[in-house]
Ligand binder design. Structure first.
Ligand SMILES: Cc1ncc(COP(=O)(O)O)c(C=O)c1O
Length: 455
């Protein structure tokens, strides 16, 4: 039986529709949050849910972690923040030092602070263009880098209509991402990772050779997130680095989703033993507070012209102390290692499920960034969004918060807080399996889809 929606939930849905433009809404189901703590969310009707979304990968150590809360509280006893573009403050300096220490690259680094993934990637693009004085950005099909001008233009996941509507920047060249499961070359990249890599690298080489000195940067997600949790072959990432060096093009590593321990290393690109020129962090960095950062080669960062960046609230002390507390907890509680172990555990169970249910076409992930791709015909891999949405709806009814991502909106994304206890994970896995079964058996009506948009 599908839950009957209360008047209160429906009322919020209606009011939300009236005040928020349609372009700013990717809603799934009417979860109206009342409070959240650790890995649990409570809605306004006092129902409790396990959070396998982490507020869109924003809470690596769960909601309201007491160390983050007390760092914010202590800071509020002193001052909230004061503009570091004009004056000095210890908190953002300490955070920048910490980030420099934990990002890959045996070279001198500097840091810019922003508030969201979008503004930090935007900044990384501007810095790269200033450093190379070159117009073009190379990005990947199905990538997502943000919702500002350059980042929207450089995101492959948006439909052409969106790009046309905002007159997107015309200096972005898109190439395929080395997606082992589905790619335009028709190569099985799990079986033949080097062949797939070489095809994409060949496309990139063509762009870099023909544009010569006109390309500033390659903008790269070490795991495509909203494109569907896609993990590129290791060989590809190493060769990408080599090709960028060969053509004097900067490698910008967008770790907004993959960073802060989520994949079982501090940063996703560390799985490939590659150091980017600029690394972008956001989302989970502030443990729920808005903060993002570009951490990069000092010479590149310093090539940005003087007084070209005057972001008033950059390096805000409240967000800086929350980020420092978050990183401290991750380190002390070995949560990077735990993300790897728990991720392997979840992957194993999901792979077992995929043997039982034909609609699971692929299960993939690294650490606690996991995707389950739902398809109609396993051999032909036809993406199937509706059952994916219905599974997510059913899981919500049963007390688990999930969402879907991917070019075709058919990949269920699993991203719990890194410190979620094993028994909570087991309960969530049970709900996922029951929800898959309910959808296959036709117990979730099409009417639920009228509420759901998703990617
Ligand atoms: C890889 C990546 N880059 C950039 C962004 C944009 O971040 P924000 O929404 O915080 O601006 C996102 C958000 O999902 C992301 O996943």
């Amino acid at each position: 039986m599908t839950l009957k929606l209360s008047r209160r939930l429906l009322d919020v849905v209606e009011r939300d529709k009236r005040v928020f433009p349609r372009g700013a809404s990717l809603k799934y189901y009417p979860l109206v949050v009342e409070s959240a703590r650790n890995w649990l969310i409570r809605d306004v009707e006092s129902r409790e849910y396990i959070d396998f979304v982490s507020g869109a990968v924003v809470y690596p150590i769960g909601h309201l972690h007491e160390e983050v809360v007390s760092a914010i509280r202590n800071q509020l006893e002193k001052y909230m923040g004061y503009p570091v573009i004009y004056f000095y403050a210890e908190e953002p300096v300490e955070l920048a030092e910490k980030l420099i220490n934990i990002t890959p690259g045996n070279f001198e680094k500097k840091v810019f602070f922003g508030f969201s993934g979008s503004d930090a990637v935007e900044m990384a693009i501007l810095i790269s263009r200033a450093a190379r004085r070159a117009k073009y950005i190379v990005s990947f099909h199905d990538s997502f880098h943000g919702s500002l001008y350059m980042t929207l233009s450089a995101s492959g996941v948006f439909d052409e209509e969106v790009k046309k509507a905002v007159l997107a920047y015309d200096g972005v060249i898109f190439i395929p991402y080395p997606n082992p499961y589905r790619n335009p070359y028709g190569v099985d990249g799990y079986e033949k990772p080097v062949e797939l890599s070489n095809l994409v690298l060949g496309d990139l080489e063509k762009v870099l050779s023909s544009r010569r000195t006109e390309v500033s940067l390659v903008l790269f997600e070490p795991i495509q997130g909203d494109g569907g949790i896609v993990i590129p072959p290791e060989y590809f990432v190493r060769e990408l680095r080599r090709l960028c060096d060969e053509h004097n093009v900067l490698l910008v590593d967008d770790e907004v989703k993959t960073g802060v321990g989520r994949t079982g290393k501090w940063w996703g690109i560390e799985h490939n033993s590659v150091a980017p020129d600029l690394l972008v962090a956001g989302k989970g960095l502030g443990g729920g507070m808005p903060i993002s950062a570009v951490i990069g080669r000092a010479d590149v960062m310093d090539s940005y012209p003087e007084v070209g960046f005057a972001y008033t609230l950059s390096g805000h002390a409240l967000s800086a102390v929350a980020a420092l507390a978050t990183l401290r907890v991750i380190e002390r509680e070995n949560l990077v290692e735990r993300a790897r172990e728990l991720g392997d555990y979840i992957l194993k169970h999901l792979r077992e499920m995929s043997e039982r249910y034909e609609i699971i076409g692929d299960v993939r992930g690294r650490g606690l960034l996991i995707g389950v791709e739902v398809v109609r015909d396993r051999a032909r891999k036809i993406p199937d969004k509706s059952p994916a949405l219905k599974i997510v709806w059913r899981a919500w009814e049963k007390g688990l918060v999930l969402l879907t991502v991917g070019r075709h909106g058919n990949v269920i994304r699993i991203t719990p807080p890194l410190n979620t206890p094993r028994e909570v994970v087991d309960k969530a896995l049970e709900i996922i399996e029951e929800s898959i079964r309910d959808v296959i058996e036709g117990h979730v009506p099409d009417t639920v889809l009228t509420y759901m948009k998703g990617w």
